[in-house]
Design a protein around this ligand. Structure first.
Ligand code: SF4
Ligand SMILES: [Zn+2]
Ligand SMILES: [Zn+2]
Length: 172
């Protein structure tokens, strides 16, 4: 029995009613966009039941492509990224977790250690090149330590310069 097709009349709320070309586009990119839009369609369920019963050979129906609707097609696979575990030893694992909204303690710790290492390297550079600087001052603070005398002096000097420049601009 062919399921009811009343859902087809809800043109006002069906995303495919406003831009049907995308649902029948030759471009896979367009069709994938259509699949995504189907997910917010209020008649998704009825449309999908209809499509699974009638197996249209073209277009996107109920969030499924014609290929997925072929008789015997494998059920839609979840996105690969949600299946394969992140390789926590890789340099990009922290970013991968972040994109997936996962929180991984070992990658977070690794990341924190990297950030700290970067700050220490910056501080060593500032000390070697300038003997102390505003940026060194901030690196000390970010590392949770008392800024050294030289960085404190450099920071105070830069702040005073900025204030003087601001006063000069205000006076002009
Ligand atoms: S589920 Fe997709 S194809 Fe079906 S009516 Fe909604 S938007 Fe159109
Ligand atoms: Zn991890
Ligand atoms: Zn310092």
């Amino acid at each position: 029995m062919i399921p009811t097709t009343e859902w087809m009349s809800s043109a006002a709320t069906r995303p495919c009613a406003t831009n049907p070309e995308r649902w029948f586009s030759k471009s896979a990119k367009d069709r994938n966009a259509a699949v995504r839009e189907c997910r917010s369609c209020p008649v998704l369920q009825a449309c999908r039941e209809y499509a699974l019963a009638t197996r249209p050979a073209h277009g996107v129906w109920g969030g499924l492509t014609a290929r997925a609707l072929r008789p015997g097609a494998a059920p839609a696979q979840p996105k690969r990224s949600s299946k394969v575990p992140v390789d926590c030893a890789s340099p990009t694992s922290y970013e991968q977790h972040r994109r997936r909204g996962e929180s991984c303690e070992s990658c977070l710790a690794k990341r924190a250690a990297q950030v700290e290492q970067g700050r220490r390297a910056r501080l060593a550079r500032e000390h070697a090149e300038h003997g102390g600087s505003m940026s060194g001052y901030h690196a000390h603070v970010a590392l949770g330590e008392q800024p050294c005398l030289l960085c404190r002096a450099a920071n105070a000097r830069r702040l005073a310069e900025r204030r003087a420049a601001q006063r000069a601009r205000n006076a002009a």
